[in-house]
Write a protein that binds this ligand. Structure first.
Ligand SMILES: Cc1cc2nc3c(=O)[nH]c(=O)nc-3n(C[C@H](O)[C@H](O)[C@H](O)COP(=O)(O)OP(=O)(O)OC[C@H]3O[C@@H](n4cnc5c(N)ncnc54)[C@H](O)[C@@H]3O)c2cc1C
Length: 528
């Protein structure tokens, strides 16, 4: 087993990892990033659902009552995500949940996070889109909103819309480098400042280091690129500072596995998991009604049938983000697209996965409008005992069995029910469509937005991290990924995760500098 040293060890290379990696390296620290997934670039991404392509970089992880989709590659979720980039509304930061006290640290409000949001929007950068950028499906949502007296807006995206071909293969990675993933900004900038990114290195545990001047020893295994269940070698890296950013499914598991040797792991680690209140529904659009009610007609003679055309997320209504409304009644409704593979999760109201019913459902697939409600859930997810290695038991490339469980309580169900009613009000008026939420019996709650499993907060009994993202009781161990986000956000989370990571950087630099590392803050944005 080889042993190395570094000033700062970053675990994971998604938003939570890439951002500190850049600033620490640019400030002069020796930075090593360990990333479990492979390294890919634009030329490697395929327009194919063939096994061995996308499923090498995306994982579907099944738990008890929940299924999580997450990136597994250098760049993490940013490589496979749909790039909707939204700031969380101000009321989110005031949320109290069923615990009855403010869940975000007092130091954090939307106004205080705004300067950090500004930085991320500029660095990625984020494009503020207009109606010509909206897909046909997004336009149908907008038209249905308009008919029912609601507003609808184009969604800002971390996509260079001048380069985007609207190919709709965002889940497989962007062949055109139009999606502004972390492969195009923070990560190359970190490497330009000497950061070393080691792909296919899966971190297993963190223990106190026995080397003087080093605080933590991080153990890892190197995965076989052909078969992630095979381990090629193992090693240890000693670090003065550790930034844990293995995502909300990976981070708590590493800490749980390290608990005995580290000691004093906060009880909030592996609790308070949130799926961002996500709830996916399908509106099965009646083509005749789309023609008569919305006045639509396409060159091929159909009225809609455009579900697979265009970028996955282009439009949303923000009418239900009313700060004066009670908690568990505020949400965003967003048009989204999932590849046909996920039809399994979307059993339509008059069909089943089997037989003729299935055939008729598939025949109508292009007439669907898929919708994502992002609501206020109650952080009711928990993690069981960690597996021997990894974040979950890998069953196949792209498929895992995790230890998380999520059983929505009545508050979350109330939030979902309000979103369901709103969707029906907008999309079922005069028979425009029939709306059906994805069947929970198939895969439980499905989310690509895991959050909260090691969250920031002022109360050590219900949070794992200080407001500067340091693990309570463990100086020099920071967590900057989605697990740090204390509540669901009512919008897509990546911009908030990234803004929080930007905000955490000065404290990580100060702490690292206190160990004698000559690191300075104040580096410019990676793209400046
Ligand atoms: C298909 C899809 C579409 C999405 N669309 C959007 C969207 O439009 N807008 C939005 O805001 N969000 C979207 N998201 C969510 C967004 O991608 C995530 O919220 C975000 O990437 C989370 O950032 P993170 O740093 O917490 O974790 P991640 O980006 O998941 O990064 C964690 C990294 O850690 C690595 N890792 C895990 N365990 C280990 C280990 N033990 N050792 C080393 N490395 C490890 C993982 O491989 C991964 O690369 C989408 C996600 C998916 C999957």
């Amino acid at each position: 087993m080889s042993a190395l040293t570094t000033d700062v060890l970053v675990v994971g290379s998604g938003f939570g990892g890439a951002i500190p990696a850049y600033y620490l390296a640019a400030g002069g620290a020796r930075v090593t990033v360990l990333e479990r997934g492979p390294r890919r670039a634009a030329a490697d991404f395929t327009h194919s659902m063939r096994l061995g392509t996308y499923n090498k970089i995306v994982d579907v992880i099944r738990g008890d009552g929940v299924t999580v989709v997450a990136g597994n590659c250098v760049g993490g979720g940013s490589v496979v995500y749909f790039a909707a980039s939204l700031r969380a509304p101000a009321f989110v930061f005031e949320r109290r949940g069923s615990l009855g006290h403010r869940l975000w640290p007092a130091a954090l409000t939307r106004a205080r996070l705004d300067p950090w949001y500004d930085r991320v929007e500029e660095a990625l950068p984020v494009t503020h889109t207009d109606w010509p950028d909206v897909s046909y499906a997004g336009g149908v949502l907008a038209a249905a909103c308009h008919r029912t007296g609601h507003t609808c807006n184009p969604v800002p995206v971390a996509v260079d819309t001048r380069v985007c071909t609207n190919c709709n293969w965002m889940l497989s990675g962007c062949r055109f480098d139009a999606k502004r993933s972390l492969l195009l900004n923070y990560l190359p900038a970190a490497e330009a400042h000497g950061a070393v990114i080691r792909a296919l290195h899966e971190v297993q545990s963190i223990t106190p280091s026995h080397l003087s001047a080093y605080r933590y020893a991080v153990t890892y295994t190197v995965l076989d690129p052909g078969d992630y269940t095979c381990t090629a070698e193992a090693g240890i890296i000693h670090a003065k500072t550790v930034v844990l950013a293995a995502g909300a499914i990976g981070t708590p598991v590493i800490l749980q596995r390290s608990a005995l040797l580290l000691g004093g792991i906060p009880s909030a680690v592996g609790r308070y998991f949130s799926g961002n209140g996500d709830r996916v529904s399908v509106a099965d659009i009646d083509e005749t009604k789309a023609r008569t009610l919305l006045g639509l007609s396409r060159p091929d003679g159909s009225a809609y049938q455009a579900l697979p055309i265009g970028r996955p997320i282009t439009a949303a209504t923000f009418d239900y983000l009313d700060a004066t409304a009670p908690e568990y009644s505020r949400f965003t409704l967003q048009q989204i697209y999932f590849p046909p593979l996920t039809n399994l999760l979307a059993q339509a109201y008059d069909a089943t996965w089997f037989g003729t019913g299935k055939r008729s459902m598939r025949a109508r697939w292009r007439s669907w409008l898929t919708l994502l409600a992002m609501t206020e859930d109650d952080n009711e997810g928990t993690f069981g005992l960690p597996p021997l290695t990894g974040s979950f038991a890998r069953l196949a490339p792209g498929l895992g069995q995790g230890t998380m469980s999520y059983h929505p309580n009545f508050r979350t169900r109330q939030a979902w029910s309000k979103a369901d009613i709103a969707l029906r009000t907008i999309l079922e008026k005069d028979g425009l469509s029939h709306v059906q939420p994805w069947d929970e019996d198939v895969a439980g709650t499905v989310t690509a937005h895991p959050l909260g499993s090691a969250r920031i907060g002022d109360d050590p009994a219900t949070s794992a991290l200080t407001d500067t993202h340091e693990l309570h009781g463990h100086p020099g161990l920071f967590i900057t990924d989605g697990s740090a986000v204390p509540t669901s956000l009512t919008v897509n989370p990546s911009l908030t995760i990234a803004a929080l990571a930007e905000r955490a950087v000065p404290a990580i630099i100060t702490d690292t500098s206190s160990t004698g590392v000559p690191v300075r803050g104040g580096a410019p944005l990676p793209t400046q």
